[in-house]
Design a binder for this molecule. Structure first.
Ligand code: PLP
Ligand code: ZN
Length: 403
């Protein structure tokens, strides 16, 4: 049996196809490329039962991933994160079946490890020696560390305001780290000219086709963890939108295989009020978004003024009857406290935004009380120590605790 049933790359805009044997970036028409598989081959050779004896990491789905030779897999044990019922928070929101898919528990502390594991592994398979990327922090941290494990050089450019810990993760991996006084879009322009001048493989969001495949495994896991049934709704904090596009792709692939049946979950793109281009486009019924000027939010990972794959995110929302919603920072940080108070989970601000969105969508009736709702917490709260303001009482030696 083959390790991977990858067949080719295709363009979702103009339908051109490309080989997976060469290093590819965007389609000649400018669109991101997506990965296709020999689904008939997988159908014949794989059933959900085969998964039972496999390791609990994302490589358990290797037939549906693009790495062809197992020896190229670069892994730190990523994947199969907990899917946990949240009864107390659910009670407070009037949602009986509220779940967290907790991506704070992967190597490097965010779901970006999934994209990096698969992206770096495929880069290794294709002979890449040096890569470069702009990042809001977490992706750069993940790619730099996975590249270090693969023996690939990396150059990472991030806004100077990105979470400080992500700088340290990049620096300690030995990558070349640059800070820019600007946004991820400014970092992207700098990387764009560097890749041309210095022959670096450009692994910017969606400029290589394989990161989506890693993030797709969140969708595969959610389905498997629910016994190959689908929840009603999945809420996802959306910046570049790769996770949402990946989850949508995963569930469609499982349906093609006949492993899940029925309607796909309604997908919800959650953004910050200070940077909500997808929400604006969805509200206007548009198929693409416009650049969001002067964007600002404490949920740094979703501060993306214009996503290259915006049309794929919007397609996923329209196709699944989903929606897009913006949450302001005050509401987000309030929800972050609720999640920790009631469920003991210190979620990242991006994840907190998705919980606040669930609360609002229940309040306005978009979510029904008994629906099965999954919120993606995309990273660990401990990566963002500055989002919590505390004022503890200072004691002197020998003091007694106030009553
Ligand atoms: C914690 C966190 N959540 C969400 C996102 C948004 O990810 P995506 O590009 O998949 O929309 C990011 C991206 O940096 C992130 O770091
Ligand atoms: Zn094209």
């Amino acid at each position: 049996m083959k390790y991977s049933y990858v067949s080719h790359l295709y363009c979702p805009k103009c339908s051109s196809t490309y080989s997976t044997k060469d290093q590819q970036q965007l389609c000649t028409c400018g669109s991101p490329l997506l990965v296709a598989y020999d689904m008939e081959g997988i159908k014949k050779n794989l059933t959900p039962d085969h998964l039972k004896d496999r390791k609990p990491d994302l490589w358990r789905y290797h037939e549906l991933l693009p790495v062809e030779d197992e020896s190229n897999v670069v892994s730190l044990g990523e994947g199969m994160t907990p899917l946990v019922h949240l009864p107390r928070l659910g009670d407070a929101m009037s949602l009986e079946n509220l779940y967290i898919k907790d991506e704070g528990l992967v190597p490097t502390g965010s779901f970006k490890a999934r994209g990096a594991a698969v992206g770096v592994s495929k880069a290794k398979e294709l002979g890449v020696e040096a890569l470069a990327m702009p990042t809001n922090g977490n992706a750069g941290a993940a790619w730099a560390l996975y590249a270090a494990r693969a023996g690939i050089r990396s150059t990472i450019v991030m806004p100077e305001d990105a979470p400080e810990i992500t700088r340290n993760e990049v620096a300690i991996s030995g990558a070349d780290l640059y800070l820019v006084n600007g946004l991820i879009s400014d970092a992207g322009k700098i990387v764009g000219s560097a890749v041309k001048d210095q022959e670096l493989y450009d692994v910017s969001t969606l400029k290589e086709p394989y990161r989506i495949e890693g993030k797709k495994t969140m969708g595969l896991e959610i389905a498997e963890q629910f016994g190959f049934t689908m929840p009603d709704v999945i809420l996802y904090p959306t910046g570049g939108g790769v996770g949402l596009i990946g989850i949508h792709k995963a569930l469609k692939e499982l349906r093609t295989l006949g492993w899940v049946k029925g309607d796909l979950p309604r997908l919800v793109a959650v953004q910050a009020s200070g940077c909500a281009p997808i929400v604006k486009a969805w509200e206007a019924g548009e198929r693409e978004s416009e650049f969001w000027h002067d964007s600002e939010t404490k949920a740094f990972g979703i501060n993306v003024p214009k996503a290259l794959g915006d049309f794929l995110v919007l397609d996923a929302l329209y196709e699944t009857d989903g929606c897009a919603i913006a949450i302001d920072d005050t509401e987000m940080l309030r929800e972050q406290k609720h999640v920790a108070n009631l469920e003991g989970n210190f979620v990242c601000p991006e994840g907190a935004a998705a919980f606040a969105a669930a609360r609002r969508l229940r309040e306005n009736g978009w979510l029904a009380e008994d629906e099965k709702v999954v919120v993606l917490n995309t990273g660990a709260g401990i990566k963002y120590p500055d989002t919590v303001d505390i004022d503890p009482i200072m004691l002197e030696k020998g003091d007694v605790l106030p009553k």
